[in-house]
Design a protein around this ligand. Sequence first.
Ligand code: FAD
Length: 282
Amino acid sequence: MSSPDRRYSFEFFPTKTEAGHEKLLATAKRLAGCNPDFFSCTYGAGGSTRDRTLNTVLQLDGEVKVPTAPHLSCVGDSKAELLELLNLYRDNGIRRIVALRGDLPSGMGMASGELRHANELVEFIRTETGDHFHIEIAAYPEMHPQARNFEDDIANFVRKARAGADSAITQYFFNADSYFYFVERVRKLGADLPIVPGIMPITNYSKLARFSDACGSELPRWIRKQLEAYGDDIESIQAFGEQVISEMCEKLLAGGAPGLHFYTLNQAGPSLAIWNNLKLSN
Ligand code: FAD
């Protein structure tokens, strides 16, 4: 099921400890074997992971030799801080960036910073760095949790795309139809950028349920009930999760999705299992 037109990518988060970082590098080296189009590395809004994101990106890009895209969020960072990072990435040969608004951790107060929404960050990157970066933006097939309604959220997404984005990566979801419906609505508004599904492997029930609630991704009842029934039986949870997600990815690709972006949570096994089930090669 490979296609030269599709793109595949794996996302990591920067770690706090040396041991975590070593594990991340080992994971990245295994996933590099899939010959992905790129890796990406998250950024703590407000700059909490500024140096760790920068170092991880440069190491994955330079040593693991997979082009790596830093995530960059604008809440809590000044324009001068954002520009300094952009210049550092540009000077180090980084060509892709994931531009986000970000969510400040609770306790860091109200959103500060000079740019309030991701469309403003996209505009800022284009103004300051021209066409140097391929800009990715975030998309929410099941609606961003703070959006007033779906209509507004889609209009905001299209404005962000028009500000100069090249492509988008979605929040994860477990219902392929929500993705197809979102893409159709975006196309009707005239935006034609590639929208790549973000894929979350299922490896653990309680964490997934908590996280899905917070980010506005719906964990369908039939999946929730089945995972609950497995209790502490991690092996069954993972086998079921692998099957459900592989089938959803097959449906997405067959329906025209332009690739897949895996939220690895710094683990190679779950994403590789799906990759192998799909017989993907790149
Ligand atoms: P926006 O596009 O600005 O949208 C946020 C909300 O504001 C939406 O409800 C939207 O409808 C509304 N809105 C947008 N533009 C306007 C406007 N001009 N006027 C009024 N309302 C508007 N978070 C991190 O902190 N670090 C990361 O590394 C990170 N990586 C991510 C990667 C992906 C692929 C995804 C999908 C999300 C990621 N996030 C990350 C989470 C993201 O930062 C949050 O979901 C955040 O709440 C919204 O970011 P955004 O870029 O989508 O914001």
